[in-house]
Ligand binder design. Sequence first.
Ligand SMILES: Nc1ncnc2c1ncn2[C@@H]1O[C@H](COP(=O)(O)OP(=O)(O)OP(=O)(O)O)[C@@H](O)[C@H]1O
Ligand SMILES: [Mg+2]
Length: 151
Amino acid sequence: MAKTDIQLKIPSADFYIEPVRAFIGNLAQSLGFPRKRVADIQLVLDEVCSNAVHHGSANDAVGIKLRIAVDAHTLEILVRDTGSGNARQKNWLTRERLLEIETNRSPSSERGHGIFIAKSLADTHEMQPNEAGGTDVRVVFHLLKPNTVEV
Ligand SMILES: Nc1ncnc2c1ncn2[C@@H]1O[C@H](COP(=O)(O)OP(=O)(O)OP(=O)(O)O)[C@@H](O)[C@H]1O
Ligand SMILES: [Mg+2]
């Protein structure tokens, strides 16, 4: 299967995350990911898109972009936002801030689990600032077909 690129842009609003979640779920299932992994992929997509909408968008209209690359063994999702425009959020992606987020994460807290979840469940999880002043989050999931599993 040749590598295929799918590009989507949705408004920066929670309302549009659910349809994308359903689409990714169907796509992952069609590619052959096991049911449990499909749920993981959907959860990660949800968390990354929620962050782009809630922390990385100045308003609904700016939108977030998704680039989904698929081949026979891999599902790769890039979520790109343009930044909140809030001075405090600018250049948020520092080692210190990430360490602070990790240190402050508490099981009893309702918030602050999104990055941890995405990092834990994706095979690859990368975050970097982009030229638009926002954040690019790239997550990759590998499809392990039974006959390719090495023991
Ligand atoms: N795309 C982003 N743009 C700007 N800041 C971000 C972005 N993603 C995450 N952050 C920052 O990282 C913090 C931690 O994100 P995380 O998803 O772990 O928790 P949360 O969004 O605060 O809560 P939760 O996801 O559990 O509802 C956020 O509060 C925000 O300050
Ligand atoms: Mg979050």
